[in-house]
Design a protein around this ligand. Structure first.
Ligand code: F3S
Length: 416
């Protein structure tokens, strides 16, 4: 790989051990993928905010980078953490995870990485321009950066995003190159697809037929492809598969038409997402039967202010049924506005928890559940949460329904 003088100086250790290590990591990745050069970038979203995913070894590595002169040269945010500052004890998060999280937060702060701890960094200011190169982790955010914003990132993990933050560089390969960004097959969307939940289902279906290919979605549903709906779709695509990029014909920046999104080539395949496919996908994600409902989770990926407004409005001043844990997940930034607007008070007055900085896959859910409450069934509107909760919690039964159905069930205290 051809390096500039400054990049070579980084690799030679002239800018300190952490920068040297970071450049080693990036050049090794670049060599593996056949990159010819590095590109300068101005933003990064770092992978691991939680020791649940880094493990103790990962925390030690990030501390080493911080203690050896590593500092983010560019704007960098980080994915959710293991704790919400107010609720972690109530959620049953063990003290050891809290203490590890504090070490990790300290290291990120020394690295000058913004510990906003959210999986929707594009809702809190980490927003690229069309065509901008960046380095992002978090599967749904990667997919949103590529498909919704038309920026360019490969799927990155913790060592690579951290290294890009410290060096301000990314090796150029894969989705950073024009020729790799075209779609290869089409999904015709004929089913109703209007709400965030509908998009979550569409995403899960699309992932299942995509593998790791780039899909081109087409249909009138594009009129409903808001940032909130697309983030639910992107999360779904990255639960049933690993889809780093999508096109919605007529809407997303690189897809003025199906033909343009396919780069002028014929599609390899065409799938139809009709009502039958929608119902079948929903049924696949709804693993619970019976009525018992112990927990409701909304906010996977982290909710926007608009979604909080919708949940407050759906609750309409009613209380959550006794015994039901109702979690709404968001970032510190959104929660700060919710505090000022009175939404937090309204939700907590109803018996809900507005959690910031975390989610049930980022805190040790299994231990938290057995430690805090007898949770044996969960409802969510998110296909990603439905998929991972069922898997991560030892296959806990999940009810999968619309945001409205989840709120109604939480108020009733059962899933009918
Ligand atoms: Fe975010 Fe957790 Fe879902 S990190 S995308 S809320 S699984």
């Amino acid at each position: 790989m051809q390096l500039t003088k400054e990049e070579q100086a980084m690799l030679d250790g002239e800018l300190g051990p952490a920068t040297q290590k970071a450049m080693h990591i990036l050049t090794a990745i670049g060599d593996i993928y056949g990159a010819q050069r590095m590109a300068r970038i101005s933003r990064v979203h770092v992978a691991s905010g939680t020791p649940v995913s880094t493990g103790v070894g990962g925390v030690k590595f990030i501390e080493w980078m911080a203690d050896n002169g590593g500092r983010a040269r560019v704007f960098a945010t980080v994915n959710p953490s293991a704790i919400d500052d107010r609720y972690w004890r109530e959620l049953g998060v063990p003290q050891e995870y809290h203490d590890l999280q504090m070490r990790l937060t300290g290291a990120y702060e020394r690295l000058n990485i913004v510990t906003a701890y959210s999986c929707t960094p594009y809702l809190i200011g980490n927003v690229p321009a069309k065509g901008e190169l960046l380095s992002s982790a978090e599967s749904s955010a990667i997919c949103m950066y590529n498909g919704f914003f038309g920026a360019r990132t490969n799927r990155q993990g913790n060592p690579s995003t951290l290294s890009s933050a410290i060096t301000g560089r990314v090796p150029v390969y894969g989705l950073l190159l024009e020729e790799n960004r075209f779609g290869s097959f089409v999904v015709k969307v004929e089913a109703r697809c209007e709400t965030a939940h509908d998009f979550a289902t569409l995403g899960y279906y699309t992932g299942a037929v995509s593998g790791n290919r780039v899909p081109v979605l087409a249909g009138d549903f594009a009129a409903h492809a808001t940032v909130d709906n697309c983030k639910m779709m992107a999360a779904g695509m990255n639960s049933s598969a690993a889809v780093a990029h999508f096109h919605i014909a007529g809407l997303t920046p690189e897809a003025p038409s199906v033909a343009a999104a396919l780069g002028g080539k014929a599609p390899e395949e065409t799938f139809v997402f009709d009502e039958a496919a929608r119902r079948e996908t929903e049924a696949k994600l709804c693993s619970a039967s019976g009525e018992r409902l112990d927990m409701v989770v909304l906010g996977c990926p982290h909710v926007s202010l608009l979604q909080v407004q919708e949940i407050v409005s759906l609750l309409g001043g009613r209380r959550i049924a006794p015994g039901v844990v109702f979690q709404i997940l968001t970032s510190d930034a959104i929660k700060a506005v919710c505090d000022r607007q009175g939404y937090t008070e309204s939700l907590e007055g109803a018996g809900a928890m507005l959690l910031s900085r975390t989610c049930p896959t980022c805190y040790p859910l299994g231990e938290a559940i057995s430690g805090a409450r007898d949770i044996r069934s969960l409802a969510t509107d998110s296909s990603k949460m439905a998929h991972y909760i069922a898997a991560d919690s030892g296959r806990m039964p999940v009810y999968y329904g619309s945001t409205e159905e989840c709120v109604e069930a939480a108020v009733r205290g059962n899933w009918r």
